[in-house]
Design a binder for this molecule. Sequence first.
Ligand SMILES: Nc1ncnc2c1ncn2[C@@H]1O[C@H](COP(=O)(O)OP(=O)(O)OP(=O)(O)O)[C@@H](O)[C@H]1O
Length: 616
Amino acid sequence: MSGGTGRWWDRLSRLWPQNLATLGRTFFRLAPGPTLGCTATTLVLGVLPVFVMITSGRLVDAVAAADVTAALTALAWFGGLSVISPVLAAIHNVAQAELSRRFVVEVERSLVAAALAPTTIGHLEDPRLKGRIDGVAEAHREGVQLVAVTAVFTVLRWRVSGVAAAILLLQYSWWIAPVLVTGYLIFTGMFRRWLATIYADLDEAVADQRRRPEYLRRLLMEPAGAKELRIFAAVPWLDARFGESWQAVMSGLWRRRGRAAGPLLLGILALLIAYAIVFGWLGWTAIAGVLGAGAVVVIIQAANGLESLSSYGDVGAQLSRSGSALRQLDALEHDLDRQTENEPAEGEPAEEPDHDHSVRRSAVTVAFDAVSFRYPGRAEPTLRDFALDVPEGQALAIVGENGAGKSTCIKLLAGLYAPDSGRVTIGGRSPLAGRRRAAVIFQDFGRYELSLRQNVAFRDDRDDDRAIEAALAAAGAEELLTRLTLDTVLAAGYPDGTELSGGQWQRVALARALYALDRGAEVLILDEPTAALDIRAETELFERLLEVSRGRTSILVSHRLNSVRHADRIVVIDGGRITEDGDHASLLAADGAYARMFRLQARRFVTAEAEGDHDA
Ligand SMILES: Nc1ncnc2c1ncn2[C@@H]1O[C@H](COP(=O)(O)OP(=O)(O)OP(=O)(O)O)[C@@H](O)[C@H]1O
């Protein structure tokens, strides 16, 4: 194909949205029947207007010639066409509803599958991947894919109408259609450029810039920050920051849009000239009597029908968004697949939860073997050559200052991150293989808007109700059981729903860990989930937990040394390294950092006791 022909072909092919073929193929793969149904009805509905044009020309000629039979025949055609159109539209809508359902479900499934593919959580904290996940999820929430299905068939119908009108015009004159189509090509090209500028903000670069204002908007609007923002009178300040950051992102966008509007005027001029030529000629030939009245009516309608070859405006924008979201989803799947491949495979399938009451596994060892780990985006490793062996059945406490690396150890043990080097093992196996071996509760444990039963067990059947109640009792939540049933939803706003206090939520979270332990988890790990309890309640609870989990390996993290003094062994972490290791008595005798911290806390506690403050 010569360069010139290629360019013309390129221009003509731009009359079809880029994503049309890709989306069409995806639709066919997901729902061949409904896709074929929608395509067939769209093609017929697309050519129907041409039959209306021809019929109206015939009617005009018949009336002019006072030919009653021809006029009645034309009217009968009109009647037939008027019935076919709504019937086909109804069939089309039914097929399209089914296609939309399957397409949206597929996108949702792919998004969830992609986000859940890695067993670790690093990708949810990586700004680039998180941006992609949010972008696709937002497009999905806004129903972009649902609209895309309608948009594909709308564009197809327009274009079929346009091509049919062009073919009809060729019957009367060879040059009318090419002149008008050229006008539309120039106009559409300019319009597309303008649209492309507008929708460039869907690119990830701009999506990154939008993250800040969008976060600030959420903070202003959603309940999470509502209390503190009002208490600290931060609303006006935050509102101003939101305005500034939004303006910063949008002003660049508005400037680009303004600059791109100039060429659009040229496109409009080209279209005006094309129509002026065609209608000028039409007027002249009609007056000269070269064309009959019927032909003039058909040509005018067909020339206007070429508008269907024009830019597809908002519908095209919807297709762009859909295509952009689908491309992001592809890229996301690809990146997360790669990340999943890089995760250490232990060759063992993840285990299903054990619902057999009789199963109580033996205690296991927990080991960190020369582990180094750096958070994504951080320059320095948080743990470097970290080594720790917890023999089976030992109750270990990890203490240390803020930022020492305690929670990082726990996240590695929970398999939420994979170490960069070295090995973390539970019972000799990676925590990633069979994650349910460790029952872990963090300080920011989940507070689910689910029933009490579901909050503890993540299941619905009642077979385990006694075990759930036992776990709640062991976690110190007996009082809840006297007030609530296991079916009570733990959130206000539901029928019979109720909100819990911070301390009650903590006990429910602990019950979740104890229930998992009862179901076969081998290690109990608590990373300060009791911080909202007063020191007496925490000490009492930890002692009870040590009792309940006796014989199991357990790891407790706390800042309150009195709460963990009864642990079999205490390690002090500082700067990602173990600096002291022993039981309470030996660490006090060693008179190191632990002993200093313990004495300091004990002094504070005694003072607070004297003043009646139990939260010291
Ligand atoms: N998701 C993260 N991304 C980047 N850095 C992190 C992340 N989580 C923790 N860090 C950093 O790793 C270091 C250790 O944090 P870690 O949460 O393990 O400390 P910690 O001993 O549990 O502290 P605290 O007692 O305050 O809970 C800190 O410097 C912290 O800023």
